[in-house]
Design a protein around this ligand. Sequence first.
Ligand SMILES: *[C@@H]1O[C@H](CO)[C@@H](O)[C@H](O)[C@H]1NC(C)=O
Ligand SMILES: *[C@@H]1O[C@H](CO)[C@@H](O)[C@H](O)[C@H]1NC(C)=O
Ligand SMILES: *[C@@H]1O[C@H](CO)[C@@H](O)[C@H](O)[C@H]1NC(C)=O
Ligand SMILES: *[C@@H]1O[C@H](CO)[C@@H](O)[C@H](O)[C@H]1NC(C)=O
Ligand SMILES: *[C@@H]1O[C@H](CO)[C@@H](O)[C@H](O)[C@H]1NC(C)=O
Ligand SMILES: *[C@@H]1O[C@H](CO)[C@@H](O)[C@H](O)[C@H]1NC(C)=O
Ligand SMILES: *[C@@H]1O[C@H](CO)[C@@H](O)[C@H](O)[C@H]1NC(C)=O
Ligand SMILES: *[C@@H]1O[C@H](CO)[C@@H](O)[C@H](O)[C@H]1NC(C)=O
Ligand SMILES: *[C@@H]1O[C@H](CO)[C@@H](O)[C@H](O)[C@H]1NC(C)=O
Length: 722
Amino acid sequence: MAELSFNGRVVVVTGAGAGLGKSYALLFASRGASVVVNDLGGGRSGDGSSTKAADAVVQEIRSKGGKAVPNYDSVVDGEKIIQTALDNFGRVDVVINNAGILRDRSFARISDNDWNLILDVHLKGAFKVSQAAWPYFRKQNFGRIIVTSSCAGLLGNFGQANYSAAKMALVGLSNTLAIEGRKNNINCNVLVPTAASRLTEDILPPDLYNELKPELIAPVVLWLCHESCNETGSIIESAAGWAAKVQVVRGAGSLLRKSITDIVTPEDVRDKWSAVTDMTNASSPGNIQESTVNLMIRLEGLKNPSNDSKFSEQYSDVFTYGYKEVILYALGIGSSVSINSDLKYLYESHENFSVFPTFGIIPAVISVMSNSAITNAIPNKTFDLSQVLHGEQYLEVLTSLPTEGKLKTECNVVDVLDKGKGAVIIVDADTYDENGNKVLYNQIVTFVVGAGNFNGKNQSTKIKLLANQPSRAPDYSFVDKTLIDQAAIYRLSGDLNPLHIDPNFSILAGHKTPILHGLCSLGFAVRHVLYKYANNNPSLFKAVKVRFTKPVLPGQTLKTDMWHENTRIHFQTSIVETKQTVLTGGYVELHSVQDSTSKLHLNRINADELNSNIIFDGMQDRINADPSLIKKINGIFVYNITKNNKPAATWTADLKTGKVYKGNPKEGIKPDTTLIIEDDDMVDMALGKLNPQVAFLKGKLKVKGNIMLAQKLRSLSMETKL
Ligand SMILES: *[C@@H]1O[C@H](CO)[C@@H](O)[C@H](O)[C@H]1NC(C)=O
Ligand SMILES: *[C@@H]1O[C@H](CO)[C@@H](O)[C@H](O)[C@H]1NC(C)=O
Ligand SMILES: *[C@@H]1O[C@H](CO)[C@@H](O)[C@H](O)[C@H]1NC(C)=O
Ligand SMILES: *[C@@H]1O[C@H](CO)[C@@H](O)[C@H](O)[C@H]1NC(C)=O
Ligand SMILES: *[C@@H]1O[C@H](CO)[C@@H](O)[C@H](O)[C@H]1NC(C)=O
Ligand SMILES: *[C@@H]1O[C@H](CO)[C@@H](O)[C@H](O)[C@H]1NC(C)=O
Ligand SMILES: *[C@@H]1O[C@H](CO)[C@@H](O)[C@H](O)[C@H]1NC(C)=O
Ligand SMILES: *[C@@H]1O[C@H](CO)[C@@H](O)[C@H](O)[C@H]1NC(C)=O
Ligand SMILES: *[C@@H]1O[C@H](CO)[C@@H](O)[C@H](O)[C@H]1NC(C)=O
């Protein structure tokens, strides 16, 4: 392979008058770089001042035909050093923060002055020089920074409290610069050298000292700074012709309590101490997001709890439930007293009080989550539940569940597939009642990110297949808005993952806000199917299969498209506001079909009605959430919604008082502006997909009354919120 060249690159090396810095400067220059040789020229305690050290190195480079200029500024005046590079060579590509001083004294005797001087030279110096170069790095989309740390920082060293503090601070600085620089191809790494230099000459024994040649470390620094090296955010230790990456690692740790409601006593900590400090399975958390997510998941006790006997009592394979669990689940999947036939899922004294059939997923999921079946499924691979995504779900109800009972679930991994990028784990869960009769069969298919490539098979005969939906337009669609609190309710049925409730956690997990449980969307979809094709009769339900494709946010509106094929109802569910599909390949198998919408008393919106209805509901929600939205509008609007150019609905948006309602303005209220628009255009306009001015010019939107006022409506646009 070609030699690593630095032709055209400009390199700044601080503290380059001798030792490591000098060695870097000479090697960079020999590879074609133009070098700024910075050295204060002081003695080793950093107090004298002469210019000789830097001049001598520059002379040596020039005598060999290289390009170099000296600079004598202190690193705390970093911008002057970078300016020297710009003045002489017109650019800067690499900053080697090497300058340092030593002043050893035991902790008790360190003066404020000693402390400040050390932190100034090592930490503030690296900060000032690197920051001065940063804007040029970003502009040219290239930059390399090295900061110099020390084993005294990583490990501590007697008599070097000030120095250790500064050296470890540099690691933190480098880690963050690596993150902030990533998108501009700016790499930052920490070098931990052990070299013979002015700093170490009288600390190390002479025989070792002879092997600690700076020339044996300089090549490591050159490689790290080359444009073809992508290492960043790393700590590299090097000495005597050897180099290694050093990482911060964390052990597997231990839960200190058995449930979230317990407190932790100092005795709990003492009793668990050997597990807390066991580093057998230590690993590096990579980044703070990963680290926090893993921590949170451990806190939820989801990680391999079978190893913790106290914990397995909490999540056992036995699931006991009563009317409260049954009702809470139904509320979680959107059952509502506003739909008459839903009352039987919500009221324990109802003559026909029933369990909604997909409640049968809960015991299986709780059992699988608490079982090590999944985490142990792939031989010789360890992974965390944070890498596990719920991919597909199948449920078959063999016997309708009673409204209270005790169920026992057995889980078995039936197949593990190697899909390259990840592994697919197929778990069958059989659930039995107290008499030992099998009442439920679930199949849970999970995808484990990054766990593939173990030379496994890639196909299974045991997986329940998704269905291809008919290619015709749906036979029926049902539109249903989730509550802003939907996930907050649903999680109480067993999946307490903070991803669905804690905004801080969801951000760490890569979502702007907490997301709804996939199984909650599944419950919505099955409800929709039962309304239309089963007269909302739970005993007609036999089975459901679906794949989860995208997350839903609480408050979004779900639309379930359905296709009727004998006793199988194919379905697909999407988000109305974004048009994204969230459930695919789905079907519900019924014992028999009872096409039944005409008999249902649906008070809620429904696809036979207008799509724009949800826009007005949404408008009211946003005003409720932030009443100040309407202050600037302060007008009364009537929307005449048309469908195929025929009047279809009238809505009033009283944006003086903040009330949005169906129908003409209440008596005594005079509208300022009337807008006439087609149903679908209203949706597009509210979602920001149709510009109101364009709509107006094209005749899609007619405005009567105060036109200027209508322009202020944009601040209520849904796109700002979704
Ligand atoms: C660190 O503190 C010691 C003890 O006070 C002091 O002698 C030494 O000069 C300090 N180091 C530097 C480089 O300032
Ligand atoms: C870094 O470079 C190595 C080869 O030098 C390559 O294998 C690796 O995939 C690269 N990593 C990234 C994140 O680009
Ligand atoms: C380390 O991990 C292995 C494999 O998962 C496990 O068998 C072992 O018990 C773990 N040891 C500790 C101390 O956590
Ligand atoms: C469970 O954890 C303990 C330490 O708390 C460890 O000694 C043991 O090997 C672990 N057992 C399994 C099955 O992972
Ligand atoms: C309960 O179910 C029966 C049989 O379907 C029905 O006749 C009855 O009206 C239902 N009761 C109520 C309160 O809905
Ligand atoms: C797992 O690792 C052990 C020990 O390294 C090895 O003996 C065994 O063959 C491996 N199993 C598989 C399935 O790769
Ligand atoms: C699955 O495995 C077979 C046999 O090893 C291979 O021919 C095929 O390309 C694989 N398919 C996929 C989708 O990876
Ligand atoms: C989220 O983080 C902020 C800032 O750290 C904190 O004030 C807040 O209490 C956290 N919220 C939750 C729910 O933990
Ligand atoms: C809007 O619709 C209402 C109710 O149908 C009707 O009374 C009114 O005249 C309509 N306004 C316009 C400007 O078309």
